[in-house]
Write a protein that binds this ligand. Structure first.
Ligand SMILES: N[C@@H](CCC(=O)N[C@@H](CS)C(=O)NCC(=O)O)C(=O)O
Length: 213
């Protein structure tokens, strides 16, 4: 299997955690999101992923974009260990939390959105920061509340799941963008436990071959 990704991309980070959790071997192929005007926009990459976003998974004849679709594909093909453990209720909660981060929050803070704000709408750095602060707070406030209901050792109960796979990279992004995380003690307690897991540690951006200092 090949995973096209970028060290600092949160969606690539999700796919790496899932691959590591399932102990699957893969070749990591870096796509630099900032070099050469963004390698994600180059023709060769767009053949694989017309959206011009990372990650993309190639597994033989299968070419997949969207990190959550990639993870569900891996889950179908390699069901154990499971990233969707438990009964229908638990799996529903896992998917809902995963979507809160991957479909609601992350698209609002993605590189191309930030570039559009700066380059087309000419917002100041302070206005861009206000945008990030606002959308992280909206998302994490609700996430914290949801964790009070369904959280345990991890996001949903005591088993590692797809919700955790999505949380780790979003907290890493928040830290990178200087978001105040003190209002979210439950979320951060879970994050600190997740950070210590070997399959999460190995997926960290700093551990990737394309990592920059
Ligand atoms: N929903 C997509 C999001 C993919 C995405 O937004 N990737 C970002 C990096 S985290 C990207 O490639 N950005 C490049 C750009 O904005 O030009 C997924 O989960 O795969």
């Amino acid at each position: 299997m090949e995973l096209y990704g970028y060290w600092r991309s949160s969606a690539s980070y999700r796919a790496r955690i899932a691959l590591n959790f399932k102990e699957l071997d893969y070749n990591y192929l870096p796509v630099h999101l900032l070099k050469d005007g963004g390698q994600q926009h180059q023709q060769a990459y767009r053949q694989l992923n017309p959206n011009g976003l990372v990650p993309t998974l190639v597994d033989g004849q299968v070419i997949l974009h969207q990190s959550v679709a990639i993870i569900e594909y891996l889950e179908d093909k390699y069901p154990q260990p499971s990233l969707l453990p438990g009964d229908a209720k638990q799996r529903g909660a896992i998917r809902a939390l995963a979507l809160d981060l991957s479909s609601e929050l992350q698209p609002l803070i993605n590189l191309r959105v930030q570039q559009y704000l700066k380059q087309q709408l000419e917002v100041t750095d302070a206005q861009k920061q206000a945008w990030l602060d606002h959308w992280f707070a909206e998302s994490f406030k609700a996430f914290e509340k949801n964790l009070e209901e369904v959280g345990g050792t991890y996001c949903v109960g005591d088993e590692f799941s797809l919700a955790d796979v999505c949380l780790v990279p979003q907290v890493a992004s928040a830290q990178r963008f200087g978001i105040d995380l003190t209002p979210y003690p439950v979320l951060m307690g879970i994050y600190e436990r997740l950070e210590d897991l070997p399959y999460v540690r190995a997926a960290h951006p700093s551990k990737q071959p394309d990592a920059e200092s």
